[in-house]
Design a protein around this ligand. Sequence first.
Ligand SMILES: NC(=O)c1ccc[n+]([C@@H]2O[C@H](COP(=O)([O-])OP(=O)(O)OC[C@H]3O[C@@H](n4cnc5c(N)ncnc54)[C@H](OP(=O)(O)O)[C@@H]3O)[C@@H](O)[C@H]2O)c1
Length: 238
Amino acid sequence: MNRSLAGTRVLVLGGSSGIGLATARAAAAGGAKVTLASRSSEKVNAAVAQVGNDATGVSLDTTNDQALEAFFAQQPEWDHIVVSVAAGRSAGLHDLALQDAYGNMNAKFWTAYKTAKLARIAPAGSLTLVSGFLSQRPNKDALLQGCINAALESLGRGLALALSPVRVNTVSPGLIDTPIRASLPADKKKAMLEHAAATLPARRVGQAEDVADAILMLMTNPFTTGSTLFVDGGGMIS
Ligand SMILES: NC(=O)c1ccc[n+]([C@@H]2O[C@H](COP(=O)([O-])OP(=O)(O)OC[C@H]3O[C@@H](n4cnc5c(N)ncnc54)[C@H](OP(=O)(O)O)[C@@H]3O)[C@@H](O)[C@H]2O)c1
């Protein structure tokens, strides 16, 4: 059984930033030929320049069904696919417009579902989804995000049966310091991260590389499928 990524074709949707970018970098360092995709061509080009091992990039909005279908139709079989596309702004029940709520579900949940349906993945390969620990610890100010994450974790388990022998797993991060909070005021973000570092059992804030490590393990461990792996500094038990 080949546990190496050397020479494999790896696709990272949402690979231009944060957890996806760290995963793309780690996979390329392990010898994979990485393709990363996201909406912004500037972000894609900047990411490709730092991934190495002849990585390539595609500007692709995964909420666009026709574009996603055309993309997968042109592509040969992948060895491993990682879906790390972020939803939009989180907010509580009364503060999130319905259209934004639908858009969030579309970007994060339906991207994963459509990828599973459209992509061709080698029988010895894998699909890894990225959810988030709000699936288990709901937060009233990010109510829908928790529901999307729970749906993804369920999807991952179901897909492990539906796509077998392709392995399908989900990684569920806790608070990770990535550009996802770029729009937060700096002092609010600093306070949030400091509070997490002071209270989490791991006594630190998560980094994108911490999650990328877990994703690489899920990609290469041949006996892991249908699993949800929490990389949350102990957030679940605190
Ligand atoms: N960071 C955390 O604390 C945390 C915690 C729990 C779960 N997560 C989950 O982890 C995943 C990755 O988050 P992150 O922190 O790495 O966020 P990030 O740094 O903001 O990266 C998100 C990526 O998604 C891409 N993207 C967004 N909408 C897209 C679309 N419609 N089509 C294609 N690409 C799209 C973005 O690029 P473009 O803007 O160019 O499209 C970017 O590459 C997300 O699902 C997030 O919910 C993160």
